[in-house]
Design a protein around this ligand. Sequence first.
Ligand SMILES: NC(=O)c1ccc[n+]([C@@H]2O[C@H](COP(=O)([O-])OP(=O)(O)OC[C@H]3O[C@@H](n4cnc5c(N)ncnc54)[C@H](O)[C@@H]3O)[C@@H](O)[C@H]2O)c1
Ligand SMILES: [Zn+2]
Length: 486
Amino acid sequence: MDRPLNARGRHLALVGFMGAGKSTVGPQLAERLGRRFVDLDAEIERQAGLSIAKLFARRGEAHFRSLEAERALGSLRASEPAVISLGGGAVTSPRIREALRERAFTVLLDVDVEEAWRRVQGGERPLARDEAGFRALYEERRPLYDDVACGRAQDIDGAVLAAAGIYVERGALARLGALVPGEGPVELAIDATVAELHGAAIRAALGARLGAVHELPQGETAKSTEVCGQLWQALRLERGGTLVAAGGGCTTDVAGFSAATYMRGIAWAAVPTTLVGQVDAAIGGKTAIDLAGGKNLVGAFHWPARVVCDPDVLDTLPEAEVAAGMAEVVKTGLLAGEPLWELPRAELVRACAAFKAALCLRDPEDRGPRNALNLGHTFAHALEAAAGYEGPSHGEAVALGLLAATRLSVEHLGLDPAVPGEVERALRPAPVHVSRERAWDALQRDKKAVAGRPQLVLLEALGAPRTGVELPEDAVRAALDSLIAG
Ligand SMILES: NC(=O)c1ccc[n+]([C@@H]2O[C@H](COP(=O)([O-])OP(=O)(O)OC[C@H]3O[C@@H](n4cnc5c(N)ncnc54)[C@H](O)[C@@H]3O)[C@@H](O)[C@H]2O)c1
Ligand SMILES: [Zn+2]
């Protein structure tokens, strides 16, 4: 059986050697994914009324293993996806390994033996009494972990990314052939500019699997029914094939949508090459094209089989495109409650991708928590629309929108008054020249408005968004006006 590609709709099982950090990572991971956390060792201890050390000493390892298998199988059979942490030796049971393969997406929390020994020596664990025995056990179990692992991680963000099927790694582009799942043929849809700059490297990495290459116009024009239609016509992939999309959000949106609809859906892999793409557009499975009447009016949810983010490809990105991405990075940092925008590039991409991935795993169809990602966007869309989409770029508009949202949060939800200043320092938003009337009209017509009343995403505190906030009209209007010059 093929390994599952992500943890959507499945249990997320954490396995790993003693000292890998399962009991630290597990509860936090469950919290971020909005899932129940099951700690099998803790459940066994509770049920037996004894610590694992005492259970081992009084009843022996075989007895413990049979209790463990019973518990593990019971938890894995439950239908509601949970985060399940298994004891270090659980993988020695063939029944547990089989149940993991059938019911879970299993993440191996990787730890090297030195670090594991450093963490557990001197503790209570029955199988960590002497170092030589500990090392031998580590070697013995390693192939069993490899046998069940669908992904690997060393920390919470790593576990989230693995669970979403996302790779963030400097130099990942060179390993693209191995990272696109399956062995079937692939075709490549690639932004024209990216083809010039990185096309050769991408083709080489895909190697013999690569069939046709489809060059798409750069920018928003790619998200048209015409380009989408041409791509449908040109594709030669069969059901087992994978469409690889390399470019910014425009490329991944149109190629992802083509993949969602071609032959009623084929697999696709996203290789985002802009900062917006790596921290936002390629994450979470939303795909779309535009109609004359508006952006993203036709689309589908189609989770990519893999997302490969190589922060090094951003080295060729023009400054304005970096700035556009930074607006989404600041948005993510405000939602996460950490100044992610201060991190070095590769770390920032990883943290932001993981943050969005967790929200999307939690809410794949955008019915609730994912709405927080709209922070600043109600104002941004109003400004973009008021300028007929010929004024501020999306990034510039989002920077302004974040300023308005944080200012309103200070006034109405008690957010720390220093936050709007931080947004200004990070993004230097410049007021735009648009008609105040047109902007206000657009804001009231926002897709998410209820009976003309905008539903805002605001912050109660850093890292604590509140969605669906309605404020008095004059307060919202004043906040919007303050973003407009003249
Ligand atoms: N699906 C989603 O969840 C989602 C989320 C956010 C945004 N989006 C969509 O994403 C689109 C915006 O994406 P974007 O900002 O990436 O724009 P984009 O795809 O137009 O790319 C921006 C520009 O950068 C160039 N480029 C791309 N990679 C490059 C590289 N490595 N070096 C040099 N130049 C490079 C492109 O040719 C283009 O000119 C919008 O259409 C938006 O609706 C979708
Ligand atoms: Zn945005």
